[in-house]
Write a protein that binds this ligand. Sequence first.
Ligand code: NDP
Length: 453
Amino acid sequence: MSSHSARISSTLKGAYEDVLRRNPGEHEFHQSVDEVLGSLGPVVERHPHYVDERVIERLCEPERQIIFRVPWTDDSGKVQINRGFRVEYSSALGPYKGGLRFHPSVLLGTVKFLGFEQIFKNALTGLPIGGGKGGSDFDPKGRSDAEVMRFCQSFMTELYRHLGEYTDVPAGDIGVGGREIGYLFGQYKRITNRYEAGVLTGKGLTWGGSQARTEATGYGTVYFANEMAKHVDRSLDGQRVVVSGSGNVAIYAIEKASEMGGTVVACSDSSGYVVDEAGIDVQLLRDIKEVRRGRIIEYAEARAGNVSFVERGSVWDVPCDVAMPCATQNELDEAAATTLIRNGVQIVAEGANMPSTQGAVRAFQQAGVLFGPGKAANAGGVATSSLEMQQNASRDSWSFERTDERLGEIMRNIHESVVTTAEDYDRPGDYVFGANAAGFTRVADAMLAMGVI
Ligand code: NDP
């Protein structure tokens, strides 16, 4: 049995042991189930019918798991073979919704952990979206545009039969941005002979995309962190902020945190991190990362002497008041959390999915650091994807201001729902509990209303 399961109440232990037994070796998936089930003890104690109706066992089993071969030809004419995944986890609240990740580390267990998280995150938004996730072990890094296009076309040639605006609506995630969504949408349109804009989100603005979708996850994380700060009569203004990563989520978290008066002093990629005491120049970072697809060292080179680059190393060694992990899962462990706490961190808001290990979360909570878990803090991305679906369904397109305002309102509502749920169960300030309990209750009640599904 996993060493993680100490917090799971005796009523739910059996469900967790079943997950371990039936999904061997899928450690990230086990971790995400453990994290949710660890919160649900007081919920099932108050509502025993969730146990009687075996809602938790049902939720731990995806509705459908699709695994497929993705053959394609590289620029030298050599045949390459990757594996594609789509885990359609829960459609109780709406069509399956969640991103596609292209990264060499992607395994079935990675997609299942992300899909499981996505169910509760999507439920928290209050919008009509179920949970799903997908991806491939394809690595876009170092590939030409033509190679990425051929890969995406092959990927969609299999995946298209499982998608639809009322069935399953993918979006981007690590390694999947506007370029990849374009190639995927083009192939879907070609195969189906339908301009079904609502089948993918994160599209370009001239062909069905939503204003503010690119910015939404990063902006939303900062809006959430701001709500956390306000809740304890603080603000982000004047705070020292560290953001990990320098991809889509990180860039727009840096932009919004700076706009709100914070100074973002460090960010990273998988090769190392940079420290810029004057505050990260987000335009320069975007040019290096979004336009040129370069490495983070180029930021230090461009700033000529005023910025240090630390190869490898942990960005969490940089002292800050607010930490926003925006790169990948388990990037912030207990040792990093201890360093952050020693250096005076006050607020942690997760832009990435499960970036903090359970040891790190425990350390933050025990030290009284406000900790906002990804399924609440980064829900702005999927929420704005849902707004994109709404615009596609009504053949409308909203202004940036209107969409951003709606995003801000959704993040405030999520914060409110998380905080009040935690208080209702006498766990004030416990955002992990509040997010899990509120998300679970919404999806569980919908499932029960629909019978044995
Ligand atoms: P991107 O691919 O745009 O950026 C990922 C960033 O994280 C890059 O800087 C990358 O560095 C770094 N990174 C990735 N893997 C690792 C690793 N193993 N070790 C160290 N650094 C790594 O992805 P996104 O910004 O879209 O996603 C980041 C996180 O946010 C993920 O956890 C994702 O699931 C989550 N998320 C994304 C949403 C979205 O709308 N895009 C919505 C909600 C959550 P390098 O370039 O060197 O690989």
